[in-house]
Design a protein around this ligand. Structure first.
Ligand code: ADP
Length: 718
């Protein structure tokens, strides 16, 4: 009998294909092999084995690639991800294998390092190379770029005896982290929490801990203890963080604790950096990775711990391509590989709190900030009572608070999660609102750039002088506030204050962001007006007041998690205040001071909020008590999208415990010219919703420009 192997290719295919195994080729699951597909020779992964059916002609595998195979638990994880999220197996493999070059050892090149002898003729540019060309050893081009000179200068320095050449890998290994460096002196509570987490690692088995600590309680310092324990046991560690929290300052904390900068992984990195991290991780040599969600699909062979920092953060959900939630998949990966996961947050998701309450997760609590730092007092400002002046957005209580703290030489933060100057541009003469040309979205006025912009698609045009409909000149007016407008108002009210804006428009790249953070940290800004970019992980010792301009912003719309998200965001924003020895406070402007999320915030009573929210979810059968899936249909013609949605609905398999809501027009009914409809499927907790949706989906074929997208446990309701 002839052996066959199933080969999975990293392309959009639902399953692995059968191939004949040539005699003498010894294969194992996870091996990389070359095999013909169509007219091409492609690299795939051995997924499983079988025996040839008589009479069936199979193409043959050509060869095995000499490289480390994917581990069995990695294969299981790929399989699980595809099944659970209704994704194609090949597309999930493609998330894992990003660069074939990473499968080969690093290329060897000529590298240089200072000889220690002072060279003949030390010109200023040669001196610059010696001073700024490192870290050594370096390629001539790297050293030249860092020193701001031409490669010729570096070569000249070699001839002059200042540098010596050696051979080395173009992608060097990462320095080994040292688990036993002394960390910060921990408080008693932190020490106990760290010890509990380390004990979970020592079990050597799957377990999940929810590290639930108030903002500024030192969660990072505490999970460092678990990381140290996993490193001591020779394991690799992965720390997932929201992409915008992946800053140089954040990485520096790891470097200080473990004596070596960790490998980092994010969407902006170049091919060479990606190849280096992937290879070093796959070989088991790189021990510490700090990365955004996609780092979860790196092929760690010896993973011993995953930390999901800010586990409640919505950016863990990937919304395009393979749709998955990295927080949930991290738990799956740990389960399949048999190791620990730590979910850390000051505002855990209700799902995680529920799991902690019912004993599935260990619940590790840090109730206070170390030292003299205390949590900020939070107050509500009822906008019905404290009406801002006409055309203004800051009420008197906010203005008074800013006045007090700035007079003391402290800092204020005004939070509004709206970029630009005004979210709506309207014609005073005919009432026309400026809309994106191919999308259901209002254009946002940006004064700094003088443009009108669509925040969904990035479309923009110069701000028109006249109304595009009735052509009246100078009739367009701005409605509502964005951060630019609030900053303008703050500057008018406090002419001597240094007011700055922090949003993706003013700090779009890491260098700009770091510079603004530095200025804020060093007290060079008095009033910072910021979008959600200010929410994450920064410590500003002189920031003592936070004003939330619009506390109701997240509460509108049909998202069942609206209350939860508002609560989480506002706790995090308020938590920016009073990080050091000066106590802080926060004021939230609202039209709904009776909303339970806001009442709980003001009362500092999280338990009350969780109780109300969980009871509501239970009554409605929503997560974590029931399951939810969304189906989105889209295509270029509205009538055909409607017809597709109806056809899909009619094909729903009969099953108990399933309720279908819709189809209806999505809140964003048109996006980049595509019409969108959606429906929701609500299921009882006992239903295997992924399987149900896969069966349903397999019944309908779509024309090429029409798509059906399934989103298990949706986070976005747009
Ligand atoms: P969290 O992640 O809980 O918000 P961090 O770990 O970022 O908290 O810590 C908040 C701040 O408090 C940081 O500046 C950190 O260096 C500091 N910190 C934490 N623990 C201690 C401690 N035991 N002693 C002194 N400072 C601490």
């Amino acid at each position: 009998m002839n052996q066959t192997a199933q080969i999975l290719f990293p392309v959009n295919v639902p399953t692995a294909f059968d191939y004949a195994v040539p005699a003498g080729l010894d294969l194992a699951r996870g091996d990389f092999v070359f095999a013909p597909i169509g007219k091409q020779m492609k690299l795939g992964v051995v997924w499983g084995f079988g025996t040839a059916e008589p009479g069936r002609e199979l193409k043959s595998i050509v060869d095995r690639k000499a490289t480390r195979p994917l581990s069995p638990d990695m294969l299981d994880f790929i399989d699980w991800t595809a099944r659970y999220n209704g994704a194609s197996l090949g597309n999930v493999l493609r998330m894992v294998i990003r660069n074939y070059k990473a499968l080969d050892p690093s290329a060897i090149v000529t590298l240089y390092r200072p000889s220690g002898n002072s060279p003949k003729n030390l010109t200023p540019s040669r001196a610059a190379v010696l001073r700024e060309g490192g870290p050594w050893p370096a390629r001539a081009s790297e050293a030249a770029a860092r020193a701001g000179v031409s490669t010729g200068v570096v070569k000249g320095l070699v001839k002059a005896g200042g540098l010596v050449a050696e051979s080395g890998p173009v992608d060097p290994p990462f320095p080994e982290p040292d688990a036993d460096l002394l960390g910060r002196e921990l408080t008693i509570g932190q020490k106990e929490a760290g010890e509990d987490l380390a004990a979970q690692i020592r079990t050597g088995r799957f377990n999940v801990s929810l590290l639930d600590g108030v903002t500024g309680s030192g969660k990072t310092e505490v999970y460092f203890e678990a990381v140290a324990e996993a490193l001591r046991r020779g394991k690799q560690c992965l720390i997932l963080v929201p992409e915008i929290a992946l800053t140089q300052a954040g990485l520096r904390r790891f470097a200080e604790r473990f004596g070596a900068e960790p490998a980092s992984w994010h969407s902006q990195m170049g091919e060479a950096a990606r190849r280096r991290v992937w290879r070093e991780v796959a070989q088991g040599r790189c021990k510490l990775v700090v990365g955004a969600r996609s780092a979860l699909y790196l092929p760690f062979p010896k993973l011993g711990l995953i930390v999901v920092d800010e586990e409640h953060d919505t950016s863990y959900k990937q919304e395009e391509g393979v749709i998955y939630n990295a927080r949930d998949m991290a738990v799956v990966r740990a389960h399949l590989s048999g190791h620990s996961v730590i979910l850390a947050s000051a505002t855990p998701s209700l799902e995680s709190l529920h799991n902690a309450r019912n004993g599935k997760f260990a619940h590790i609590i840090l109730p206070e900030r170390p030292g003299a730092a205390v949590l900020p007092e939070i107050g509500l400002v009822d906008l019905k009572e404290h009406v801002p002046e006409k055309g203004k957005f800051l009420s008197q209580p906010l203005l008074d608070a800013i006045d007090v703290v700035t007079a003391r030489g402290e800092q204020a933060l005004l939070y509004l999660n709206r970029r630009g100057y005004a979210p709506l541009i309207i014609c005073r003469s005919c009432g026309e609102k400026l809309k994106s040309p191919d999308t259901d979205s209002w254009l946002v006025q940006h004064k700094r750039t003088g443009r009108a912009m669509c925040h969904l698609t990035g479309f923009s045009m110069p701000m028109p002088r006249e109304c595009p409909k009735c052509h009246t000149e100078d009739s367009l007016t701005s409605v509502g506030p964005g951060v630019e407008r609030v900053a303008e108002e703050a500057q008018e009210a406090f002419p001597n204050a240094r007011v700055e804006i922090l949003s993706s428009d003013t700090a779009g790249n890491p260098a700009e962001l770091a510079e603004r953070m530095r200025r804020m940290e060093q007290g060079e800004i008095d009033i910072l007006v910021g979008t959600q970019m200010v929410v994450k992980g920064h410590n500003f010792p002189k920031l003592t007041f936070v004003g939330v301009v619009d506390g109701d912003l997240g509460l509108a719309g049909g998202d069942p998690r609206a209350g939860e998200r508002t609560y989480q965001t506002l706790v995090q924003v308020a938590g920016r205040a009073g990080r050091a020895d000066k106590p802080g406070h926060a004021l939230i402007q609202t039209h709904q001071p009776e909303h339970e999320a806001l009442v709980a915030l003001a009362a500092g009573d999280r338990e009350m909020f969780i109780g109300v929210e969980l009871a509501m979810r239970e009554m409605l059968g929503l997560p974590p008590y029931g399951k939810l899936a969304a189906v989105i249909f889209w295509g270029p013609e509205a009538a055909k999208v409607d017809a597709l949605a109806k056809k899909f609905l009619a094909a729903a398999p009969r099953a108990d415990g399933i309720e279908i809501l819709g189809p209806s027009e999505a809140p964003i009914g048109r996006l980049r010219g595509m019409f969108r409809r959606r429906l929701f499927v609500q299921a009882e907790a006992s239903v295997n919703l992924s399987k149900y949706m896969a069966t349903w989906r397999s019944k309908i074929r779509t024309a090429s420009k029409y798509k059906i997208q399934i989103d298990i446990d949706p986070q976005s309701f747009m």
